[in-house]
Design a protein around this ligand. Structure first.
Ligand code: HXC
Length: 516
């Protein structure tokens, strides 16, 4: 055999690799509207930038006919490439090979690339399309999952980990994504569940279809497992690229800052009239966010889940910020269990990756009632105050209207160590809303009054006069300044210039015990 033959052999082997599970399996994949693992990678990364690792690995099991199905690369393609010129580590499950089932070999490959990503401080993106643990391999596939879950946990807070769901992900194939930072689901094509409809019918008798059980809408709007929903695979990959553009490569890397064309002193006069004076009227806090931050830069996360809170990334004069807000346009912006989980998780992600936080407060308090109390609003709500209290990144806060009671405290208040708290002239900072407070403070007088309605109105007016503006809080330093809404952008930019190199110390500990 001469050198030319050796090179030919390599080319032939490569051609074989690109077939995955074979032309028929690939055809079936395409017929479902799904791409192959390599096609997905090609569309995700910068053209020609992907370098594959371990393409020849095969499994080493023989039971249940596996010896007949030994395919180079097994059921996953792994390697590294670039997105917008920045390095990224990748794994793409190949459904054409035994349903992308998770095998010992798949674990070996994915763990290797995740180890390389952690060592080099490179974000990790996983394109998921798998039936779960490869049943024929028994404990070997389960042990493979354990290895991956352990690595996902070690990598958490070190490098960003993104899971893109592009097929039916069952059993173990949902737990690795569940350990990562962001999950993107594809509408109609991806499903996530621990056990599928058949097992559910056998065990509990419940009848449920795939979409209702674990479709994109179920996980984006109800369970909160999914952070983003895409209409198709291309959109899922586009969301992945946009998300990465806001994230640093790792927890020690500089922020993903871009040069900004937007005037840092831009004063948007529309902000001065955004908040209705009648506090029973709502407005969309996203209008404030989009007007304050760099034009077109707001990227909402978890948009369909707990819409009474808004979280996302935005740029402030080019600098990436984590934005958290109550949403008065939905349930008056009340804090409930889901909103608490949404906010706390986002705050912790931002803090882990040194992304400064800006919080907008307009919240009547925590949602009352047995559903919330018995669902654990105490431990869920506690997560918000825990997350803000442990966060050491620069923290800024703007109270736009109501900051009542517990909501005032947990939503980035001054004494859970927010660096600068600003209030708009419409801010109302009090233990309770005026009606509720008057009912408690003056119960006896109102019960004994000849004209209780008139007296109640007088008491409410007195209470509003005291707490219906930000000046009582400003007079005691509980807010740092009262600002015109149209000044907000310039004031936040100035605050970030001041606070960018903030140093904060914490007590030594192994780790805290966050309420769960
Ligand atoms: C090995 C499997 C498999 C499995 C399916 N296949 N599940 N092979 N191990 N777990 C094979 C099929 O025989 C088929 O092989 C190929 O994968 C594609 O599967 P289809 O059923 O044809 O695909 P589809 O119709 O799209 O249905 C997908 C599916 C269904 C809904 C996911 O396959 C399914 O319900 N599978 C079982 C899911 C599951 O229970 N997994 C184990 C979870 S336990 P051919 O030869 O035809 O290509 C687990 C343990 C870890 O993961 C738990 C940690 C928390």
């Amino acid at each position: 055999m001469d050198r030319r033959d050796l090179n030919e052999e390599l080319r032939r082997r490569r051609q074989e690799l690109y077939q995955g599970g074979g032309p028929q399996a690939l055809e079936r994949q395409h017929a479902k509207g799904k791409l192959s693992a390599r096609e997905r990678i090609e569309r995700l990364v910068d053209p020609g930038s992907f370098d594959e690792v371990d393409p020849y690995i095969t499994h080493r099991h023989s039971d249940f006919g596996l010896d007949e199905r030994r395919i180079p690369g097994d059921a996953v393609v792994v390697g590294f490439g670039r997105i917008d010129g920045r390095p990224v580590a990748l794994a793409a499950q190949d459904f054409t090979v035994i349903g992308g089932s998770f095998s010992e070999a798949q674990a070996q490959k994915v763990c290797k690339v995740l180890d390389l990503a952690c060592g080099s401080g490179t974000p990790f993106v996983s394109l998921n399309d798998s039936v779960g643990a490869r049943i024929q391999e028994g404990v070997w596939s389960l042990a493979g999952y354990s290895e991956l879950f352990w690595r996902n946990t070690q990598a958490s807070g070190v490098i960003p980990q993104i899971s893109v769901m592009l097929g039916p992900c069952a059993g173990g194939s949902v737990y690795s994504p569940g350990l990562t930072d962001f999950i993107i689901m594809t509408e109609g094509i991806s499903h996530m569940f621990i056990t599928g409809p058949e097992v559910i019918r056998t065990v509990t008798g419940e009848e449920v279809d795939f979409e209702t059980l674990g479709g994109a809408q179920a996980h984006a709007a109800v369970s909160g497992v999914a952070h983003f929903v895409a209409g198709d695979e291309d959109e899922a990959l586009a969301i992945t690229r946009r998300l990465l553009s806001y994230l640093p490569a790792n927890n020690a890397a500089p922020p993903a800052r871009l040069a900004s064309q937007d005037d840092p002193h831009r004063a948007d006069a529309a902000l001065d009239n955004l908040v209705p004076l009648d506090d029973s009227q709502s407005y969309d806090i996203r209008e404030a966010i989009t007007r304050i931050f760099d034009t077109g830069s707001f990227f909402e996360v978890h948009a369909r889940f707990a819409p009474n809170a808004v979280v996302g990334f935005a740029r402030l004069h080019g600098e990436v910020m984590g934005v958290v807000a109550n949403q008065p346009a939905w349930l008056a912006g009340v804090l409930d269990i889901d909103a608490s989980d949404k906010i706390a998780r986002f705050v912790r992600f931002c803090d882990a990756f040194n992304i400064p936080l800006v919080t907008f407060v307009d919240c009547p308090g925590f949602m009352p009632g047995t559903v919330q109390e018995h669902g654990g609003i105490i431990r869920h709500g506690a997560k918000i105050v825990y997350a803000y209290s442990e966060a050491t990144v620069p923290k800024l806060c703007v109270v736009t209207r109501k900051a009542y009671g517990g909501a005032y405290i947990v939503m980035s208040s001054k004494y859970i160590r927010t660096d600068l708290v600003y209030a708009w002239p419409t801010a109302e900072i009090a233990v309770l809303g005026a009606e509720g407070a008057v009912g408690i403070l003056h119960r006896r007088q109102l019960a004994e009054a000849e004209e209780p309605d008139q007296l109640r109105e007088e008491f409410i007016a007195e209470f509003r006069d005291k707490f219906g503006s930000p000046y009582a809080a400003a007079a005691s330093g509980h807010v740092d300044d009262v600002i015109l809404p149209s000044e907000t952008r310039a004031r936040l930019v100035a605050a970030m210039d001041f606070l960018r190199d903030k140093q904060a110390s914490s007590l030594p500990k192994k780790h805290g015990s966050i309420p769960l």
